[in-house]
Design a protein around this ligand. Structure first.
Ligand code: WT7
Length: 634
């Protein structure tokens, strides 16, 4: 098990050690794991090429570290608690022994479908235990999983499957989400029409709904598992062999296939999980994220299971069957650590006190948030009403690309401040730079958040596109990893994340590229051009505001056209990318080089009339027209 910091002086000591001697610091943590062969070199790096390798020459399998490593002591301990969408359905529990056996069986299923080390496996599943089993089965045989969030459309699936040339798809007949049923298999069927790489589709039975079936291509999960044994030796991998790809949005149109490798990700997800949440043996830990995002990968699956934790996964949504659902789950399973997003907190806060006031949650010790800045009001509500004033809040800042938490309080160890992610974890060296790349030293500064030294969880590349990796993270400021976020450091050295500085909008903690949404809007036959920006939204943090130029602006309110544009975006990307507000305009404010001045569009959306310098616009008059129209928009 990885070492755990338990005092503030312990943190300060570890932090100093990690900066003075990163090699010694991380190799000591890596020693806690089971390596088939020790590494030859702890770290090789260069942020200019850039290239990062951790524990090079080390041989291991991450599932041996989840299962075999603590099987004697944990065989009968519950590893995974699965809470279904509908509370009247029975929840399921898997001990480490049972989960191991399921993982090995499914590993054999994958092998029987000719999946080998290095092959990509696309997984499009709702929050069912088979999702965890499928991921770990891939890891068992050295296949690279690419989990696609079950809210994505057929088009978005196809784009991701093709980019990774996935050999196998794993999906389900359908999925439950509140009182809705998602037709996952139909969506996958549609997506796979255009994907030539996929050779078979393995289907979990969840909803029992009728689905179309293609013999010798579609296979039921349960039939396949029946045909195999549950002994499956682990493929022994290099520390730098890929573990998974996870697609995320960038500032240009195409999603980025963020690649994480085996050894470094293992060390980093386990270390940060154990320390940030102060997990102790026997605790019940519940992260309410979806495994389709990095939070679920690192803090439902890998981090907790590597540390021998009991991890709760929830199939449903916080408002079903009523807004007290999270609190019921916490009570029912005696949850000790709870991790969710500011959007979920704000939406539950808006439902009123009645759902929480009578609920006692004596088991709760630590509360976490992630994904977007948390406002002070939501922080206090979480602290007072959910945590009963006794649970520290860990506001954890990190990214798909960082693999694990970077800046966050360590629960009960680092004093918290509302809306501050607080201090960097050991091993993390953040720097703040101005727009010219000058490091802003000292306290009370504000600028662009970068990291100047590698940590084991950093993404190694973007799948099939190392150039774009360089471009996205290392080209802005020489020798630094740029996060895309703005940040403020206060007089105590505490970090407060201000949000994205690039063309990415963080909607309910989901990261969406403006270009991706614009491309989808522009597909509409009546649209000639569009510009999308984020604007402050009470619940979602940021809402999506689309300025749309049409060939013929509708003479009425244009509701019909708006709906059809929204439908198009859902179809191209996902319902989460649907614009909240659509404003039809004659033209967009552009510079002489044809660049859209988004700064002005953001100001208009915020009803802030200080537009700054508009003299560089080719069409300055358009600003007034847009302002007038925006005032009329509800
Ligand atoms: C972006 C990364 C990390 C898992 C979920 C999102 C924003 C993340 C915080 C926080 C303020 C945060 C940043 C970051 N973000 N955590 N605690 N406070 N902002 O992962 O989809 O890769 O998005 O989420 O803007 O860059 P992601």
């Amino acid at each position: 098990m990885v070492p755990k910091i338990s005092t503030l002086s312990g943190y300060l000591h570890e932090y100093q050690k990690s900066v003075a001697n990163p090699i010694g610091f991380w190799s000591n943590i890596a020693e806690s794991f089971h390596w088939r062969k020790k590494w030859d070199e702890v770290l090789k790096w260069d942020f200019n090429s850039p290239n990062v390798e951790w524990f090079k020459g080390g041989k291991l399998n991450i599932t041996e570290n989840i299962f075999e490593r603590h099987l004697f002591s944990r065989y009968d301990q519950v590893a995974l608690v699965w809470e279904p969408n509908d509370p009247s359905e029975k929840h399921r529990e898997y001990t480490y022994g049972e989960l191991f056996s399921e993982v090995k069986s499914f590993a054999n299923v994958l092998r029987s479908h000719a999946v080998r080390k290095g092959d990509r496996v696309a997984i499009y599943l709702p929050m069912v235990p088979e999702l965890v089993i499928a991921m770990l089965a891939c890891a068992r045989i050295g296949a690279i999983h690419s989990v696609i969030f079950a809210g994505f459309s057929a088009n978005a699936i196809a784009e991701r499957v093709e980019d990774a040339s996935a050999k196998i798809m794993i999906t389900s007949d359908g999925g439950y989400r509140g009182n809705k049923i998602l037709n996952l298999k139909d969506t996958v069927d549609e997506a796979l029409k255009s994907c030539t790489s996929v050779q078979s589709n393995i289907v979990v039975k969840r909803t029992n709904q009728d689905v179309a079936w293609k013999n010798d291509f579609d296979y039921w999960w349960h039939d396949e598992v029946d045909k195999v044994m549950d002994e499956a030796p682990a493929e022994i991998l290099d520390a730098e062999d890929p573990l998974f790809i996870l697609y995320t949005s960038g500032s240009t149109g195409k999603p980025k296939g963020v690649l994480h490798t085996t050894g470094g990700y293992m060390v980093y997800s386990a270390y940060t999980f154990k320390n940030v949440f102060q997990y102790s043996s026997g605790d019940i830990y519940f992260c309410a994220a979806d495994i389709g995002w990095i939070t679920g990968h690192s803090y439902i699956v890998y981090g907790p299971l590597l540390e021998g934790a009991t991890t709760v996964m929830f199939e449903g949504i916080p408002s079903f069957p009523n807004p007290g659902r999270y609190w019921d789950i916490i009570k029912k399973h005696d949850v000790n650590q709870f991790y969710t997003s500011p959007t979920a907190i704000r939406s539950l806060m808006a439902e009123g006190q009645q759902w929480i006031e009578d609920v006692e949650m004596p088991s709760l010790r630590v509360l976490g948030t992630v994904g977007e800045p948390i406002n002070e009001e939501a922080w206090h509500w979480y602290h007072d009403h959910v945590g009963g004033n006794k649970c520290p809040i860990v506001d954890t800042w990190w990214q798909t690309e960082t693999g694990g938490i970077m800046i966050s309080p360590i629960a009960g160890v680092i004093p918290t401040k509302p809306a501050f992610a607080s201090l960097p974890l050991p091993g993390i060296q953040p720097v703040i730079v101005d727009n010219e790349g000058n490091k802003l030293c000292g306290k009370s500064v504000e600028g662009n958040l970068c990291v100047q030294f590698p940590w084991p969880g950093i993404a190694r590349t973007l799948w099939g596109d190392h150039e774009r990796y360089i471009d996205s993270y290392f080209n802005q400021y020489k020798g630094l990893y740029f996060t895309g976020d703005g940040v403020k450091r206060d007089e105590d050295g505490y970090y407060r994340i201000l949000g994205r500085m690039d063309d990415v909008i963080n909607v309910s903690g989901h990261r969406l590229g403006t270009a991706e949404i614009e491309n989808a809007i522009n597909e509409h036959p009546l649209v000639s051009e569009s510009a999308v920006i984020g604007y402050p939204h009470e619940i979602k943090g940021k809402g999506i505001y689309a300025y749309v130029v049409c060939n013929d602006i509708p003479s009425d309110s244009g509701e019909e056209l708006k709906n059809s544009i929204r439908k198009g975006v859902s179809k191209m990307i996902s319902p989460i990318a649907r614009p909240d507000k659509i404003l039809f305009v004659q033209d967009l404010p552009k510079t002489r080089s044809g660049k859209i001045m988004r700064r002005i569009l953001r100001k208009i959306a915020e009803h802030n009339e200080d537009y700054g310098d508009t003299s560089t616009l080719t069409n300055p008059d358009i600003v007034n027209d847009i302002v007038k129209a925006a005032k009329l928009l509800k």
